[in-house]
Write a protein that binds this ligand. Structure first.
Ligand code: FAD
Ligand code: DHB
Length: 402
């Protein structure tokens, strides 16, 4: 087999990249470890930045999103038993975010790719990357128990944090920056109408809690727990009791309950591997970096990388211009680090830390007070939350190069 760009992984990074390449007339083959059913049902993120939504419409895959997505013009920060709204439309030039589950995005992307007759090879195993520092890299793998070889011009490593692409870079090339957090999130899906029209990020002495949703009938709720939390210790009653306490307000706000249909624990980590390129291998999305989930940036950051990479491949194939490919890593990392900063900031703002001092706690409350009472501070939160511009893609920020 031969293609122009071999894409490893059919997550948001790989699938968006393939659609963007198709728009440039560039051929690609996607190799995915799991089955179509598995990736289309895997419960993960659920919040799309303004630019991610615009891109789905531009790519002609926004029809279900338009019907089912829930547009949110703000969020609530809740602390000291009181809520404070951050109004995105006012503070971030009329922009909003949209609730639409990651696996729904995946379904839309897979359907569009297959409808266009472009290949995704599901359930490929033993994927290995070769000759990355030559002009003729190739990928070997097994598909339907047959050993295969895919020759290509470039490889896009979009296979997430646990994939094979990043480890294929020779030792000593990448510098890793990381931070672990001493807690995780216990997340549930519940058949209960969301108790608030917008998301609530709650700071509480018992730990952080987040109210989100998936539809007018389904709530998505998270609570801070230990990073190695044992789910078997969390009965449905215990989860609801904890959520009630963490969301409690002085004005008697009520959290509605319903049957819990899914439970899981997510770890929290900040991680960046630099550079995001080695020879003809380009890393995008979680393969290169991960953020703690507070602020919902992981998926959106993967999409931003895919946009920068597609532009660079476009320039290469249209004009033989490899400047953008050479700048890919630096261009992405500038934005990646701003998003890392924001995700870290939201995380440290809202969680209780096991080793925090009384000073840390008072400073955290002052930070919450400041961000909800200063227009400048709430505007900073709003413009990061709706999504920083992707280089060269945001008309309203034309000239403001990131
Ligand atoms: P991925 O979505 O991980 O896609 C990588 C793809 O590569 C996968 O389909 C995988 O099967 C495939 N793959 C892996 N190894 C191989 C291989 N060897 N060969 C071929 N294919 C391979 N973000 C948020 O913003 N909010 C959240 O609430 C949130 N919750 C999350 C919960 C969980 C359990 C996880 C794991 C992540 C969560 N994230 C969340 C992060 C967000 O989902 C990711 O940032 C996003 O999926 C990144 O997209 P990606 O395409 O880079 O990687
Ligand atoms: C969701 C996840 C997040 O991490 C977040 O900050 C907001 C919403 C969600 O899954 O809906």
């Amino acid at each position: 087999m031969r293609t122009q760009v071999a894409i490893i992984g059919a997550g948001p990074a790989g699938l968006f990249l393939s659609m963007l390449l198709q728009r440039h007339g560039i051929e690609s083959v996607i190799l995915e470890l799991h089955s179509r059913g598995y990736i289309e049902e895997r419960v993960r993120a659920g919040l799309l930045e303004y630019n991610t939504v615009q891109l789905m419409h531009e790519l002609g895959i926004g029809e279900r999103l338009r019907r089912q997505g829930l547009e949110h013009g703000g969020i609530e920060l809740r602390f000291g038993g009181r809520g404070h709204r951050i109004d995105f439309r006012d503070l971030a030039a009329g922009k909003c975010v949209t609730i639409y589950a990651q696996h729904e995005v995946i379904k839309d992307l897979v359907a569009a790719r297959l409808a266009a007759g472009r290949p995704i090879l599901f359930e490929t195993t033993d994927v290995a990357l070769h000759s990355l520092d030559s002009k003729n890299p190739h990928v070997t793998f097994h598909h339907n128990d047959v050993a295969e070889r895919l020759d290509c011009d470039f490889i896009a490593g979009c296979d997430g944090f646990h994939g094979v692409s990043r480890p294929a870079v020779p030792e000593g090339v990448l510098t890793v920056y990381e931070r672990d957090y001493p807690f995780g999130w216990l997340g549930i899906l519940a058949d209960a109408p969301p108790s608030s029209p917008e998301l609530i990020y709650a700071h509480h002495d018992r730990g952080f809690a987040l109210l989100s949703m998936r539809s007018p009938e389904v709530s998505r709720l998270y609570l801070q727990c230990a990073s190695d939390e044992d789910l078997s210790l969390w009965s449905d009653d215990r989860i609801w009791s904890e959520l009630h306490q963490r969301f409690a307000t002085y004005d008697g706000w009520k959290l509605s309950e319903g049957p819990i249909t899914q439970k899981g624990v997510t770890g929290m980590r900040s991680f960046v591997a630099e550079p995001m390129q080695f020879g003809r291998l380009f890393l995008a999305g979680d393969a290169a970096h991960i953020v703690p989930p507070t602020g919902a940036k992981g998926l959106n950051l993967a999409v931003a990388d895919a946009r920068v990479l597609a532009e660079a491949f476009g320039a290469f194939y249209a004009r033989g211009d490899s400047d953008l490919l050479a700048q890919y890593s630096a261009t992405c990392l500038r934005r990646v680090w701003k998003v890392q900063r924001f995700s870290w900031w939201m995380t440290q703002l809202l969680h209780r830390f096991p080793d925090e001092s009384p000073f840390d706690h008072r400073r955290q409350l002052a930070d919450l007070d400041y961000v909800t009472s200063s227009r400048a501070a709430s505007q900073t939160l709003a413009e990061n939350y709706v999504g920083l511009p992707v280089q060269g893609h945001d008309i309203s920020h034309a000239g403001a190069r990131l």
